[in-house]
Design a protein around this ligand. Structure first.
Ligand code: SF4
Ligand code: SF4
Length: 472
């Protein structure tokens, strides 16, 4: 029985409801009156239900699709302006006891070099990330209670926050580790994490069980109910995602939005972020076994529809996507991207040799962070290294309230400009610094509140004179 407020995975991600939604969408496909109604509702910026979103996803009418993309772009501007937050993944360990058939870290893969960062390795990796200019990390680790117990993860988080190299510091550590207990989530919360991220991979229980044939991750309910345990443990910013390409994308989008509805129904707070990874080539993985891969057109549509359906949720796109694809899709609602990423353990200090590969997937966008920053600015975006919200206690429902009534703008733009200024002084190449300085001068005039604008101008001078870490 479908019940978004249930705490049972199979009731809030209900297979029958998904199938009925798919067939409802089939029977109303390209019903232009209905699509107009849905678009009018979406223009109120309150989001859409999973069924409404599915109708937009399935629409093939050219004119309506143009309206869908335009609305996604408009919502992005309304909620996020022209800012893009930057982050990098940091792989701690690729030891894993699970058997996910799409991931080279799976326990039976004997080709891959198994690595786990020691404290010294970690310090070097974080220093390298700081020297690139990163302030926000997403730490990643395989699941292995012997090699990567929660104590190891917690130690790593403490170490990461403690490293200060030159003007560098990591100010927000988001965590992407396997589903765990309420007690462990509480420990992560106490360690000061930002968002807890866990990709569902696929919402289809049958496929899920086949794709995860053994290991703790095999348990669909344990994995799907993880966000509820995280919230019970006090983590109120959680990040959802599916690995597009494992199952039919219509099924996945419906499940993803049902998960968001569930979090709203039970905890009063939707997901803080949604990620949209697509399956990629990796060691010991044959992409031809997955016949659900999605093309760039569908990918762009998925991003636009998520943007419209959950306007207040950050949308993340990684370096799994090419520069060309990122350039196209970013306008439809992406608010965060990674840059200069390595997906191997220790990869920021030691690039991988061909015969010693330990990366999780091939990075397609291999540009440096500096190139990504410059590219964003040349497209008219403000690259932001802001990490202010959770450090100011703006998390969970407090954050959502500010986001939903669009007051968060008042913090985001000043913080973006101040953190960009730090980047330009400490890390940018000559060209990036030139482009960035003129962008800051232009964008500062867009701060509507005169008093705030004056404070930002003073802070920018302070930063020029060596001070760091101002925030609203
Ligand atoms: Fe392990 Fe995660 Fe890879 Fe699965 S996806 S094999 S849990 S690292
Ligand atoms: Fe994100 Fe908050 Fe910074 Fe805005 S002010 S960019 S919402 S951390």
């Amino acid at each position: 029985m479908y019940n978004p407020a249930s705490l049972k995975a199979e009731e809030f991600i209900n297979h029958t409801e998904i199938l009925e939604s798919l067939s409802y969408a089939d029977s109303h496909k390209n019903n232009l009156n209905l699509i107009d109604e849905i678009l009018n509702k979406a223009r109120k910026y309150k989001g859409l239900s999973h069924r409404e979103a599915l109708l937009l996803l399935d629409c093939t009418d050219e004119q309506k699709n143009a309206e869908i993309f335009a609305l996604a772009e408009q919502i992005k501007k309304e909620f996020y302006g022209n800012r893009i937050v930057l982050f990098a993944p940091l792989y701690l360990s690729n030891y894993c006891i699970n058997e996910c058939v799409y991931c080279p870290f799976h326990g039976r893969n004997k080709h891959i070099a198994r690595k786990k960062l020691t404290k010294d390795d970690l310090i070097k990796e974080v220093t390298a990330l700081q020297d690139m200019g990163h302030k926000r990390l997403a730490i990643e680790s395989g699941e292995d209670p012997i090699n990567n117990p929660i104590e190891y993860i917690l130690d790593c988080i403490h170490t990461i926050y403690s490293i200060k190299h030159k003007n560098g510091s990591i100010r927000r550590v988001n965590v992407n580790i396997a589903a765990t207990t309420v007690e462990n989530y509480r420990k992560l919360k106490e360690a000061g994490i930002g968002t807890y991220i866990l990709f569902q991979e696929t919402y289809n229980k049958k496929s899920y069980e086949e794709l995860h044939p053994s290991g703790p991750k095999h348990d669909y309910a344990w994995h799907t109910e993880a966000m509820d345990r995280a919230m019970e443990g006090g983590i109120d910013d959680v990040g959802l995602g599916v690995l597009f390409g494992l199952e039919g994308y219509r099924y996945e989008l419906t499940g993803l939005l049902m998960h968001a509805e569930h979090l709203e129904a039970v905890h009063g707070v939707g997901p803080h972020t949604i990620s949209v990874p697509r399956i990629r080539h990796a060691d010991d993985i044959d992409p031809s076994v997955f016949d659900n891969s999605i093309n760039d057109d569908i990918f762009a549509k998925i991003v636009a529809v998520i943007r419209i359906a959950v306007p207040y949720t950050g949308l993340i796109m990684s370096t799994r996507e090419s520069k060309e694809c990122r350039e196209r899709v970013i306008h439809y609602g992406i608010s965060q991207i990674s840059g200069g990423s390595k997906t191997s353990v220790g990869g920021y200090v030691h690039p991988e040799a061909e015969d010693d590969r330990s990366e999780q997937f091939d990075v397609i966008d291999t540009r440096s962070l500096d190139e990504v920053v410059c590219w964003l600015m040349e497209m008219g975006y403000i690259p932001s290294f802001c990490t202010a919200c959770y450090r100011e206690g703006r998390t969970g429902d407090r954050f959502m309230a500010l986001c939903k009534n669009r007051q968060i703008h008042n913090c985001c733009l000043p913080n973006a400009l101040m953190t960009l200024k730090e980047y330009l002084i400490d890390y940018a190449s000559g060209r990036t610094a030139t482009v960035g300085e003129s962008l800051i001068q232009k964008e500062i005039m867009n701060i509507p509140n005169e008093k705030v604008r004056k404070i930002v101008q003073e802070r920018l001078l302070d930063i020029q004179n060596g001070k760091r870490d101002f925030r609203f």
